[in-house]
Design a protein around this ligand. Structure first.
Ligand SMILES: [Zn+2]
Length: 251
């Protein structure tokens, strides 16, 4: 889904980068409170959490694109769609549900919610909120492009194809004016996921067995080393330090 901009009265969003502090983020979120999308259905806008910003910035890096939108938390007042792409006074926005924010906490990852968030982000990266009113076919094409983006990034985040397709399980095959049938959406997500897998196979070094790499170094008087972790087939580099003799702890 993508939400078109409507002209909001006397409201002009401030284009401030993410380098600002939390106070600025709160003030800025309040500026967006006048946005038509927020006002609709009595939603409330909140400053984004650091975890939300970090995650979205990370996704942008993985996608190899600079972030071209602002993130805000939204209280959808019980009508959550997990995340929404919308326009606010000419500014591209991503809103996420502050009441159900859980994408990942380091050990667990919710690929269902991430799938929705990435689909919405995909609409921004593909410039869909600037394409104007489209016919039915055009709308469906854009939905599939956003699905492809979500599949591509989920693979890049270490998600399996099964995890990438988690959200599609609730779609159906019947006719819908704006969204393509389930089979097409499954195909788009899968294509994105497979293309990312192919790209990573071409660009990442072979990684079959986890092993130490490089020389020892020191952090806070502890001996540390880097480990190439091959458990997911792709190398992930982690730092471990020796806290007691023979006991290595990941940092
Ligand atoms: Zn969409």
């Amino acid at each position: 889904m993508r939400i078109f901009t409507k002209t909001s009265n006397a409201f002009f969003a401030l284009m401030i980068s993410f380098g600002c502090g939390q106070t600025d983020a709160v003030a800025k979120a309040q500026d967006y409170a006048n946005c038509w999308f927020i006002k609709e259905d009595g939603k409330e806008v909140h400053a984004p959490s650091k975890a939300a910003i970090d995650f979205v910035e990370y996704v942008s890096k993985v996608a190899g694109l600079s972030m071209n939108f602002e993130v805000v938390g939204i209280d959808y007042k019980g009508k959550s769609t997990i995340a929404t792409a919308f326009m606010c006074g000419g500014q591209r926005m991503i809103g996420y549900d502050v009441n159900n924010f859980f994408w990942f906490d380091g050990s667990k990852t919710d690929f269902y919610s991430i799938g929705v968030l990435l689909h919405e982000i995909g609409h921004h990266y593909r410039g869909h909120l600037f394409t104007g009113q489209l016919d039915e076919e055009g709308e469906k094409r854009e939905e599939l492009e956003a699905d492809y983006f979500a599949g591509f990034i989920i693979e890049s985040l270490g998600g399996t194809l099964n995890q990438a397709l988690q959200k599609t399980r609730e779609y159906d095959e019947s006719y819908n004016k704006t969204h393509p049938p389930k089979s097409k959406r499954v195909e788009a997500v899968s294509n994105g996921w497979r293309d990312a897998r192919m790209k990573s196979r071409l660009t990442t070094p072979r990684c079959r067995k986890s092993d130490w790499v490089g020389d020892e170094f020191e952090i806070d008087f502890k001996v540390c080393r880097q480990l190439m972790d091959c458990r997911n087939g792709k190398p992930v580099y982690r730092v471990a330090c020796e806290t007691e003799i023979g006991k290595w702890v990941f940092q």
